[in-house]
Design a protein around this ligand. Sequence first.
Ligand SMILES: NC(=O)c1ccc[n+]([C@@H]2O[C@H](COP(=O)([O-])OP(=O)(O)OC[C@H]3O[C@@H](n4cnc5c(N)ncnc54)[C@H](OP(=O)(O)O)[C@@H]3O)[C@@H](O)[C@H]2O)c1
Length: 315
Amino acid sequence: MNKQFTLPALALGCWPLAGMTRTGVTRQAAKETVAAAIDHGITHLDTAYCYGENGESERAIAQAIKGRRNGISIASKCGIHWQAGKRQAINGHPNRLIQEVKESLLRLQVDHLDLLYLHTPDPNTPVQESAGALRQLLDEGVIQSAGLSNGNTEDCKLFAEICPLTACQRHFNMLQQEIRSELLPYCRSKEIAMVAYWPLMKGLLTGRMKRNQVFPKTDSRHKYPMFSGDEYQKNLTFVETIQAIATQLDVSLSSLVLAWTMGQNGITTVLFGATSAEQVTANAKALHCQLDHDTILAINQAVQRRGTIIGSRRV
Ligand SMILES: NC(=O)c1ccc[n+]([C@@H]2O[C@H](COP(=O)([O-])OP(=O)(O)OC[C@H]3O[C@@H](n4cnc5c(N)ncnc54)[C@H](OP(=O)(O)O)[C@@H]3O)[C@@H](O)[C@H]2O)c1
Protein backbone atom coordinates (compact mmCIF):
# COMPACT_ATOMS: atom_id res chain seq x y z
CA MET A 1 0.00 0.00 0.00
CA ASN A 2 1.21 3.54 -0.76
CA LYS A 3 2.10 5.78 2.16
CA GLN A 4 -0.21 8.73 2.71
CA PHE A 5 1.48 11.85 1.40
CA THR A 6 0.91 15.09 3.34
CA LEU A 7 1.26 18.41 1.58
CA PRO A 8 2.51 21.37 3.63
CA ALA A 9 0.93 24.84 3.67
CA LEU A 10 3.85 26.50 1.88
CA ALA A 11 6.13 25.02 -0.77
CA LEU A 12 8.81 26.07 -3.25
CA GLY A 13 7.89 26.14 -6.93
CA CYS A 14 10.95 25.41 -9.02
CA TRP A 15 9.92 26.77 -12.44
CA PRO A 16 11.85 30.08 -12.19
CA LEU A 17 15.00 28.23 -11.09
CA ALA A 18 15.37 26.90 -14.60
CA GLY A 19 15.44 30.39 -16.09
CA MET A 20 11.88 29.96 -17.32
CA THR A 21 10.30 33.15 -15.96
CA ARG A 22 13.36 35.11 -16.98
CA THR A 23 16.75 33.98 -18.19
CA GLY A 24 19.97 34.58 -16.28
CA VAL A 25 19.31 32.42 -13.20
CA THR A 26 22.60 30.62 -12.56
CA ARG A 27 22.83 27.04 -11.32
CA GLN A 28 24.52 28.40 -8.19
CA ALA A 29 21.58 30.77 -7.52
CA ALA A 30 19.18 27.87 -8.11
CA LYS A 31 21.00 25.70 -5.59
CA GLU A 32 21.10 28.51 -3.03
CA THR A 33 17.38 29.16 -3.51
CA VAL A 34 16.47 25.53 -2.79
CA ALA A 35 18.92 25.35 0.12
CA ALA A 36 17.42 28.50 1.66
CA ALA A 37 13.92 27.03 1.37
CA ILE A 38 14.98 23.88 3.20
CA ASP A 39 16.76 25.96 5.85
CA HIS A 40 13.49 27.81 6.46
CA GLY A 41 11.57 24.55 6.80
CA ILE A 42 10.02 24.69 3.33
CA THR A 43 10.63 21.10 2.39
CA HIS A 44 8.18 20.41 -0.43
CA LEU A 45 9.66 21.10 -3.88
CA ASP A 46 7.47 21.36 -6.95
CA THR A 47 9.00 20.80 -10.36
CA ALA A 48 8.14 19.24 -13.74
CA TYR A 49 9.67 17.34 -16.61
CA CYS A 50 9.41 20.47 -18.76
CA TYR A 51 10.88 22.98 -16.28
CA GLY A 52 13.89 23.79 -18.43
CA GLU A 53 14.41 22.49 -21.93
CA ASN A 54 16.78 19.84 -20.55
CA GLY A 55 15.20 19.38 -17.15
CA GLU A 56 17.36 22.10 -15.59
CA SER A 57 14.96 22.50 -12.65
CA GLU A 58 15.04 18.80 -11.74
CA ARG A 59 18.82 18.73 -12.16
CA ALA A 60 19.27 21.80 -9.92
CA ILE A 61 17.08 20.20 -7.24
CA ALA A 62 19.23 17.05 -7.35
CA GLN A 63 22.35 19.12 -6.70
CA ALA A 64 20.71 21.17 -3.96
CA ILE A 65 19.34 18.24 -1.96
CA LYS A 66 22.44 16.08 -2.14
CA GLY A 67 22.99 14.75 1.37
CA ARG A 68 19.71 16.18 2.70
CA ARG A 69 17.01 14.16 0.93
CA ASN A 70 15.47 13.04 4.24
CA GLY A 71 12.40 15.03 5.14
CA ILE A 72 12.11 16.54 1.67
CA SER A 73 9.18 15.74 -0.57
CA ILE A 74 9.28 16.18 -4.31
CA ALA A 75 6.41 16.63 -6.74
CA SER A 76 7.03 16.50 -10.45
CA LYS A 77 4.76 16.57 -13.48
CA CYS A 78 4.63 14.73 -16.77
CA GLY A 79 2.83 15.30 -20.04
CA ILE A 80 4.45 18.46 -21.42
CA HIS A 81 7.78 18.42 -23.25
CA TRP A 82 9.84 20.73 -25.41
CA GLN A 83 10.05 20.46 -29.18
CA ALA A 84 12.54 22.02 -31.54
CA GLY A 85 12.17 25.80 -31.77
CA LYS A 86 11.51 26.19 -28.04
CA ARG A 87 7.89 25.11 -28.40
CA GLN A 88 6.10 23.26 -25.63
CA ALA A 89 4.06 20.22 -26.67
CA ILE A 90 1.38 18.38 -24.71
CA ASN A 91 1.43 14.59 -24.86
CA GLY A 92 -0.52 12.57 -22.32
CA HIS A 93 -0.07 9.19 -23.99
CA PRO A 94 0.72 6.59 -21.28
CA ASN A 95 3.98 5.42 -22.91
CA ARG A 96 5.22 8.99 -23.17
CA LEU A 97 4.29 9.74 -19.53
CA ILE A 98 6.10 6.67 -18.21
CA GLN A 99 9.20 7.52 -20.25
CA GLU A 100 9.22 11.09 -18.90
CA VAL A 101 8.93 9.88 -15.31
CA LYS A 102 11.90 7.55 -15.80
CA GLU A 103 13.93 10.52 -17.02
CA SER A 104 12.73 12.72 -14.16
CA LEU A 105 13.88 10.15 -11.58
CA LEU A 106 17.32 10.04 -13.22
CA ARG A 107 17.61 13.82 -13.31
CA LEU A 108 16.46 14.15 -9.70
CA GLN A 109 18.61 11.18 -8.63
CA VAL A 110 15.78 9.72 -6.57
CA ASP A 111 14.08 6.33 -6.68
CA HIS A 112 10.51 7.59 -6.29
CA LEU A 113 8.39 10.74 -6.42
CA ASP A 114 6.18 11.72 -3.51
CA LEU A 115 3.64 13.21 -5.88
CA LEU A 116 3.32 13.08 -9.66
CA TYR A 117 0.83 15.26 -11.54
CA LEU A 118 -0.41 14.91 -15.04
CA HIS A 119 0.75 18.40 -16.05
CA THR A 120 -2.32 19.15 -18.11
CA PRO A 121 -5.04 17.09 -19.78
CA ASP A 122 -4.07 16.28 -23.37
CA PRO A 123 -6.85 17.13 -25.85
CA ASN A 124 -5.72 14.16 -27.98
CA THR A 125 -5.63 11.55 -25.20
CA PRO A 126 -8.62 10.76 -22.96
CA VAL A 127 -7.70 11.83 -19.42
CA GLN A 128 -8.58 8.32 -18.20
CA GLU A 129 -5.81 6.88 -20.40
CA SER A 130 -3.26 9.29 -18.96
CA ALA A 131 -4.55 8.51 -15.46
CA GLY A 132 -3.96 4.82 -16.22
CA ALA A 133 -0.22 5.50 -16.52
CA LEU A 134 -0.17 7.27 -13.14
CA ARG A 135 -2.16 4.41 -11.64
CA GLN A 136 0.45 1.97 -12.93
CA LEU A 137 3.29 4.04 -11.43
CA LEU A 138 1.40 4.20 -8.14
CA ASP A 139 0.91 0.44 -8.07
CA GLU A 140 4.61 -0.07 -8.82
CA GLY A 141 5.63 2.26 -5.97
CA VAL A 142 7.41 4.65 -8.35
CA ILE A 143 5.14 7.44 -7.09
CA GLN A 144 3.46 7.75 -3.72
CA SER A 145 0.52 9.83 -4.86
CA ALA A 146 -1.02 11.21 -8.03
CA GLY A 147 -2.33 14.63 -8.98
CA LEU A 148 -3.91 16.52 -11.83
CA SER A 149 -2.72 19.97 -12.83
CA ASN A 150 -4.69 22.43 -14.97
CA GLY A 151 -7.72 20.17 -15.10
CA ASN A 152 -11.35 21.16 -14.55
CA THR A 153 -13.92 19.40 -12.38
CA GLU A 154 -14.94 17.01 -15.14
CA ASP A 155 -11.30 16.07 -15.80
CA CYS A 156 -10.86 15.36 -12.08
CA LYS A 157 -13.91 13.10 -12.01
CA LEU A 158 -12.69 11.11 -15.01
CA PHE A 159 -9.15 10.90 -13.64
CA ALA A 160 -10.36 9.69 -10.24
CA GLU A 161 -12.33 6.85 -11.84
CA ILE A 162 -8.99 5.30 -12.80
CA CYS A 163 -6.44 6.57 -10.29
CA PRO A 164 -6.77 7.87 -6.71
CA LEU A 165 -6.52 11.66 -6.97
CA THR A 166 -4.59 13.24 -4.11
CA ALA A 167 -4.05 16.79 -5.39
CA CYS A 168 -5.12 19.32 -7.99
CA GLN A 169 -2.90 22.18 -9.04
CA ARG A 170 -4.29 25.41 -10.49
CA HIS A 171 -3.38 29.08 -10.51
CA PHE A 172 -4.86 31.11 -7.67
CA ASN A 173 -3.94 34.45 -6.15
CA MET A 174 -5.59 37.61 -4.84
CA LEU A 175 -6.56 38.68 -8.34
CA GLN A 176 -7.13 35.32 -10.02
CA GLN A 177 -9.71 33.34 -8.10
CA GLU A 178 -11.56 31.54 -10.92
CA ILE A 179 -11.37 28.14 -9.18
CA ARG A 180 -13.69 29.39 -6.44
CA SER A 181 -16.81 28.82 -8.51
CA GLU A 182 -16.53 25.07 -9.08
CA LEU A 183 -13.19 23.28 -8.77
CA LEU A 184 -12.33 24.42 -5.25
CA PRO A 185 -15.66 23.35 -3.71
CA TYR A 186 -15.44 20.07 -5.62
CA CYS A 187 -11.94 19.34 -4.27
CA ARG A 188 -13.01 20.24 -0.75
CA SER A 189 -15.98 17.92 -0.96
CA LYS A 190 -13.78 15.05 -2.15
CA GLU A 191 -10.87 15.86 0.19
CA ILE A 192 -8.57 16.42 -2.76
CA ALA A 193 -5.75 18.82 -1.90
CA MET A 194 -5.71 22.13 -3.82
CA VAL A 195 -2.22 23.36 -4.61
CA ALA A 196 -2.21 26.99 -5.71
CA TYR A 197 0.37 28.24 -8.18
CA TRP A 198 1.20 31.88 -9.13
CA PRO A 199 0.40 33.15 -5.60
CA LEU A 200 2.65 36.14 -6.27
CA MET A 201 1.19 36.59 -9.76
CA LYS A 202 4.62 35.90 -11.21
CA GLY A 203 6.21 38.62 -9.07
CA LEU A 204 3.60 41.35 -9.56
CA LEU A 205 2.27 40.95 -6.01
CA THR A 206 5.69 41.50 -4.45
CA GLY A 207 5.63 45.23 -5.10
CA ARG A 208 8.90 45.22 -7.00
CA MET A 209 7.49 46.17 -10.39
CA LYS A 210 7.50 49.75 -11.58
CA ARG A 211 4.88 51.72 -13.48
CA ASN A 212 7.25 52.13 -16.43
CA GLN A 213 8.62 48.57 -16.27
CA VAL A 214 9.84 47.19 -19.58
CA PHE A 215 9.93 43.40 -19.75
CA PRO A 216 12.62 42.31 -22.19
CA LYS A 217 12.12 39.34 -24.54
CA THR A 218 14.20 37.27 -22.12
CA ASP A 219 11.47 37.79 -19.50
CA SER A 220 8.42 35.63 -20.28
CA ARG A 221 6.15 38.01 -18.37
CA HIS A 222 5.93 40.22 -21.45
CA LYS A 223 3.50 37.64 -22.93
CA TYR A 224 0.87 37.93 -20.20
CA PRO A 225 -1.98 40.48 -20.35
CA MET A 226 -1.69 41.18 -16.62
CA PHE A 227 1.72 42.71 -17.31
CA SER A 228 0.74 45.01 -20.12
CA GLY A 229 -1.16 48.20 -20.86
CA ASP A 230 -4.07 49.37 -18.81
CA GLU A 231 -4.45 46.00 -17.01
CA TYR A 232 -0.93 46.30 -15.70
CA GLN A 233 -1.47 49.85 -14.43
CA LYS A 234 -4.69 48.81 -12.65
CA ASN A 235 -2.88 45.85 -11.09
CA LEU A 236 -0.16 48.16 -9.81
CA THR A 237 -2.79 50.43 -8.26
CA PHE A 238 -4.11 47.36 -6.43
CA VAL A 239 -0.57 46.49 -5.31
CA GLU A 240 -0.15 50.01 -3.88
CA THR A 241 -3.27 49.47 -1.77
CA ILE A 242 -2.08 46.19 -0.27
CA GLN A 243 1.46 47.54 0.10
CA ALA A 244 -0.02 50.21 2.41
CA ILE A 245 -1.63 47.44 4.49
CA ALA A 246 1.69 45.55 4.67
CA THR A 247 3.54 48.72 5.68
CA GLN A 248 1.05 49.40 8.45
CA LEU A 249 1.57 45.87 9.78
CA ASP A 250 5.35 46.14 9.32
CA VAL A 251 5.53 42.98 7.20
CA SER A 252 6.86 42.44 3.69
CA LEU A 253 4.29 42.52 0.92
CA SER A 254 5.19 39.02 -0.32
CA SER A 255 4.67 37.53 3.15
CA LEU A 256 1.32 39.31 3.51
CA VAL A 257 0.21 38.02 0.10
CA LEU A 258 1.33 34.47 0.79
CA ALA A 259 -0.22 34.46 4.27
CA TRP A 260 -3.56 35.64 2.84
CA THR A 261 -3.42 32.91 0.18
CA MET A 262 -2.54 30.22 2.72
CA GLY A 263 -5.55 31.29 4.76
CA GLN A 264 -8.11 30.80 2.00
CA ASN A 265 -10.60 28.05 2.69
CA GLY A 266 -9.83 24.97 0.60
CA ILE A 267 -6.31 26.01 -0.40
CA THR A 268 -4.08 23.26 0.95
CA THR A 269 -0.69 24.36 -0.33
CA VAL A 270 0.69 27.61 -1.70
CA LEU A 271 3.53 27.22 -4.17
CA PHE A 272 5.71 30.27 -4.59
CA GLY A 273 8.56 30.56 -7.05
CA ALA A 274 11.82 32.38 -6.30
CA THR A 275 15.20 32.96 -7.84
CA SER A 276 17.36 33.81 -4.83
CA ALA A 277 17.88 32.94 -1.19
CA GLU A 278 16.84 36.51 -0.30
CA GLN A 279 13.45 36.09 -1.97
CA VAL A 280 12.92 32.79 -0.15
CA THR A 281 13.82 34.37 3.19
CA ALA A 282 11.32 37.20 2.63
CA ASN A 283 8.60 34.77 1.54
CA ALA A 284 9.19 32.27 4.36
CA LYS A 285 8.07 34.98 6.80
CA ALA A 286 4.54 34.14 5.66
CA LEU A 287 4.77 31.08 7.90
CA HIS A 288 4.75 33.43 10.91
CA CYS A 289 2.39 36.10 9.57
CA GLN A 290 -1.00 36.00 11.31
CA LEU A 291 -3.63 38.17 9.64
CA ASP A 292 -6.46 39.46 11.80
CA HIS A 293 -10.06 39.85 10.71
CA ASP A 294 -9.77 43.57 9.87
CA THR A 295 -6.70 43.01 7.70
CA ILE A 296 -8.38 40.24 5.76
CA LEU A 297 -11.44 42.42 5.31
CA ALA A 298 -9.34 45.32 4.02
CA ILE A 299 -7.55 43.04 1.53
CA ASN A 300 -10.81 41.50 0.33
CA GLN A 301 -12.32 44.97 -0.17
CA ALA A 302 -9.29 45.99 -2.25
CA VAL A 303 -9.68 42.81 -4.33
CA GLN A 304 -13.36 43.62 -4.87
CA ARG A 305 -12.57 47.18 -5.94
CA ARG A 306 -10.02 45.89 -8.47
CA GLY A 307 -12.65 43.51 -9.88
CA THR A 308 -12.20 40.73 -12.43
CA ILE A 309 -8.94 40.89 -14.27
CA ILE A 310 -7.73 39.77 -17.66
CA GLY A 311 -4.98 37.64 -16.34
CA SER A 312 -3.94 34.42 -17.92
CA ARG A 313 -3.52 32.80 -21.27
CA ARG A 314 -4.53 29.56 -19.61
CA VAL A 315 -7.89 29.38 -17.84
N1 LIG B 1 0.95 23.43 -12.93
C1 LIG B 1 1.31 24.40 -13.73
O1 LIG B 1 0.98 24.44 -14.92
C2 LIG B 1 2.10 25.53 -13.17
C3 LIG B 1 2.18 26.75 -13.87
C4 LIG B 1 2.94 27.76 -13.31
C5 LIG B 1 3.60 27.56 -12.11
N2 LIG B 1 3.54 26.36 -11.46
C6 LIG B 1 4.29 26.11 -10.20
O2 LIG B 1 3.96 27.13 -9.27
C7 LIG B 1 5.15 27.80 -8.85
C8 LIG B 1 4.83 29.27 -8.59
O3 LIG B 1 4.56 29.95 -9.79
P1 LIG B 1 5.58 30.99 -10.42
O4 LIG B 1 6.93 30.69 -9.89
O5 LIG B 1 5.40 31.00 -11.89
O6 LIG B 1 5.00 32.40 -9.90
P2 LIG B 1 4.93 33.16 -8.49
O7 LIG B 1 5.25 32.26 -7.37
O8 LIG B 1 3.64 33.87 -8.48
O9 LIG B 1 6.07 34.27 -8.68
C9 LIG B 1 7.42 33.90 -8.69
C10 LIG B 1 8.29 35.07 -9.13
O10 LIG B 1 8.12 36.16 -8.24
C11 LIG B 1 9.34 36.82 -8.01
N3 LIG B 1 9.57 36.81 -6.54
C12 LIG B 1 9.37 35.79 -5.68
N4 LIG B 1 9.61 36.16 -4.41
C13 LIG B 1 9.97 37.46 -4.46
C14 LIG B 1 10.32 38.42 -3.48
N5 LIG B 1 10.37 38.13 -2.18
N6 LIG B 1 10.62 39.69 -3.90
C15 LIG B 1 10.59 40.02 -5.20
N7 LIG B 1 10.26 39.15 -6.20
C16 LIG B 1 9.94 37.89 -5.82
C17 LIG B 1 10.43 36.06 -8.77
O11 LIG B 1 10.68 36.80 -9.98
P3 LIG B 1 12.10 36.79 -10.74
O12 LIG B 1 12.12 35.51 -11.49
O13 LIG B 1 12.07 37.98 -11.61
O14 LIG B 1 13.15 36.86 -9.67
C18 LIG B 1 9.77 34.73 -9.09
O15 LIG B 1 10.18 34.17 -10.30
C19 LIG B 1 6.12 27.56 -10.03
O16 LIG B 1 7.45 27.80 -9.66
C20 LIG B 1 5.80 26.14 -10.38
O17 LIG B 1 6.42 25.24 -9.47
C21 LIG B 1 2.78 25.36 -11.97
